[in-house]
Every structure is written in structure tokens, then in C-alpha cells.
Ligand binder design. Structure first.
Ligand SMILES: [Zn+2]
Length: 200
């Protein structure tokens, strides 16, 4: 169990492995390499510690390999992978666009594959085992992709999470697909907005 202190002094409590770097933690997106489950927050450190003391959440096991991720592509923007139950709990505004279901050991592999595929880079398949370390399982509207994920054994019971992330994280939430194998980070992404923010 780890508490994760954000730059504004607020905390969230997550369940994850002991060696994870939580400096990129994002509740909505899989920005940490290994599984990381949102439990509480954001709130003050004192309240976070009181919650852990009262609830005594136990450890859990989560597969590190062959994980299922869903990725949203909407208006030329590809978002970071999301856990299936988190995507199932999204409001309609965040559920639009085309969704992809990918099996991979790491969310970084999943987004790297889909980003390059959408940008037109050579060497990535639309379906099946790719030359990179992912398996592309399908695409469609979110309900269709959730159905595919359920057929692969994923829980599609919605988990509602707040929209929060470590404010010092430089990991973008999304990429703007430019084509010809290229992409960038849109200026309104949280990582860019922070980078260009006027010093306090
Ligand atoms: Zn690939």
C-alpha cells in the first residue's frame, strides 16, 4: 500500500507493488508500468493515513504479464492505455471515439504499438500478434470493445475513479497523431500545460 503525494499536497492511496515508481501515477490512465489500483483520495496525507488505518486494505495479486488494456482514439488524439474496469466506468464524454483492445505486458508497449500503427509507421499489425510485444485483439466502439475484453476474461464491472494524477508527472496523457510515422503532445495535455505554466 502506498500513499502518493501530489504537488498540491493532496494524496491518493493505491495498491501496487513495492518497486513501482509512482511519480507518473494517473488514476484514469495506465502511466505506471506495473498494475496500480486506486483505493482512496485525493485528500490530505493525514486523512489518507487515517483511511488506511481504519480500512486496513489487504494486499492482492495481479498478473504482470499478458494484461489487457483499452486505448481510446478520438479526434486525432490517442490516449494512454486504460484498465478495462476504469474504461467501463467512464462518463459518456470520455467514452467517444474508436477503442482498441490490446494484450501486452506493459502499458508502454500497448501505447507504442497503437501510436505507431495509427501514425502509419511500418511493421505493426491491425490484428493479431505484432512484431512488437503486443497482441491486437480488436477495435470498435467502447461497448463492443468491453464485450471483447469480457470474452478474454477481463472484469468489465465499472470502477469509478476520480480524475487525478501526480502533478509533477511529465508523462503525457495523450498523443496527437500527425501521420507519416509522427506524433506529438498536444499543448493542452497536463504534462505540457505544467511545462509551460508560469513559475509560481
Ligand atoms: Zn506493434
Amino acid at each position: 500500500m502506498r500513499s502518493c503525494q501530489a504537488g498540491d499536497g493532496s494524496c491518493v492511496v493505491v495498491r501496487t507493488g513495492v518497486h513501482d515508481d509512482l511519480g507518473t501515477y494517473d488514476s484514469l490512465y495506465e502511466a505506471v508500468t506495473t498494475p496500480c489500483e486506486y483505493l482512496w483520495g485525493p485528500g490530505t496525507l493525514a486523512d489518507a493515513l487515517a483511511w488506511v488505518e481504519a480500512q486496513r486494505p489487504e494486499g492482492d495479486e495481479a498478473p504482470l504479464l499478458d494484461r489487457l488494456f483499452v486505448l481510446r482514439y478520438c479526434d486525432g488524439i490517442l490516449y494512454l492505455p486504460q484498465a478495462v474496469p476504469v474504461a467501463a466506468g467512464l462518463d459518456s464524454e470520455r467514452a467517444t471515439g474508436t477503442w482498441y483492445l490490446i494484450r501486452a505486458d506493459s502499458p508502454h508497449d500497448a501505447v507504442n504499438h497503437q501510436r505507431q500503427k495509427l501514425a502509419g509507421a511500418d511493421g505493426h499489425v491491425a490484428r493479431g500478434y505484432c512484431g512488437c510485444p503486443v497482441e491486437a485483439l480488436g477495435e470498435g466502439q467502447l461497448p463492443d470493445v468491453l464485450t471483447m475484453a469480457a470474452a478474454e476474461g477481463a472484469s468489465v464491472t465499472p470502477i469509478a475513479v476520480p480524475d487525478t494524477r501526480v502533478t509533477m508527472s511529465m508523462t503525457p496523457r495523450c498523443n496527437r497523431i500527425l501521420g507519416n510515422g509522427a506524433w506529438d503532445i498536444p499543448p493542452d495535455d497536463p504534462s505540457m500545460a505544467r511545462l509551460f505554466a508560469a513559475p509560481a
